[in-house]
Write a protein that binds this ligand. Sequence first.
Ligand code: URA
Length: 434
Amino acid sequence: MRPYDIILKKRNNFKLSREEIKYMVMGFVNGEIPDYQMAAFLMAVYFRHMNEEERYYLTEIMAKSGDTIDLSPIPGIKVDKHSTGGVGDKTTLVLAPMVASCGLPVAKMSGRGLGHTGGTIDKFESIPGFKTALSKEKFMNNVRKYGIAVVGQTANLAPADKKIYALRDVTATIDEISLIASSIMSKKLAAGADGIVLDVKVGSGAFMKDIASATDLARAMVNIGRRHGKETVALLTDMDKPLGLTIGNALEVEEAINTLKGKGPSDLENLCVELGAQMLKIGKISPDLDSARKSLRNSISTGKALEKFRELVEIQNGNPKVIDDTSLLSISSNTYEVLATRSGYVYSMDAEKIGISSMMLGAGRVHKDDKIDLSVGIRLLKKTGDPVESGEPLCILHYSHEEKLKESVNMAISAYTIKDVKPKSVKLVHGVVQ
Ligand code: URA
């Protein structure tokens, strides 16, 4: 076998065997196949795509390229949740304690933010003292004893994906369905859950800008999960505007705590209920989606979910006082109001621009190793559909460094389109793929 022949075969639109895919992927991981040949291979896949069987093999090979987590010592069905990435997406912070308080064990491995989308691990680290680096033993023990643990992704989880992703990033080969689906699913398979609920974001702040391409991605991931024996469901959810009213790490923790107190924005609470219902159904905690939804709403109204969050914070060394007094979160008190330049309705928002504006303040990373500022971000006062008067604030920027402010303000202003007419309201969940 030679890399040249495999590249040629894919370039000429032929189907690759498991052995050929394994030869390319593992050869690249081991350093035997150079970047230029792997880049050519990825470009061939970009234009010729992969069929269902090829995607299945590619995912399996990447999943097994490093550590795999065995969750079988934890009793019960373990169900993971994954979002394809959005702006203001603090779902895991709310959802994990909700479902855990309903009896579903949550063994969550999460990532850090990159680009305009945030990461769950950074958000948790805005809670003073909260530790996200737990040993494997501690992680497993916490899930067994308390039903919940959240850790950062181990360095050696799906290393093939890590190496291939870095190359895709610089060779314009990120946005191909087979490559995205196998990248996400390889990490989910390696993380060891029995079932997977996918939150595939659609809209201006998401990878997939329209419902048709989001459906294709969802279908590809669901098929990969199923073929690997995991019950997998995908929800297509709105990311044409940010989720909730805050973007930025400590700000999002504050909003997550308020949501667990029943005082959060309805889109965030409703999304957690919809995703959680799928998780409770797969985990056989609830017989159907309606009873699952009731249990989840109940977990908020009774305070059960909030108490589970408090327990999670305590067992991972965080300061639980932040739950009763969110002013203990370090949110920058330097604020700047972005004002509407005309009256009308917020007709649309470019969620990606809002994410970039927050990133420019320091809330996100441009490069993987950048240090982020947990105290900065954006509080939205107006979202799509809201009426607004000229001179009224659209959003408030919390900043640390004045020199970062100007660019960020301009980006936030350009994210809003105001018109005389009210836009049609958009559904939170566009569809379910299973
Ligand atoms: N997220 C991933 O983990 N991989 C992709 O390819 C795209 C989004």
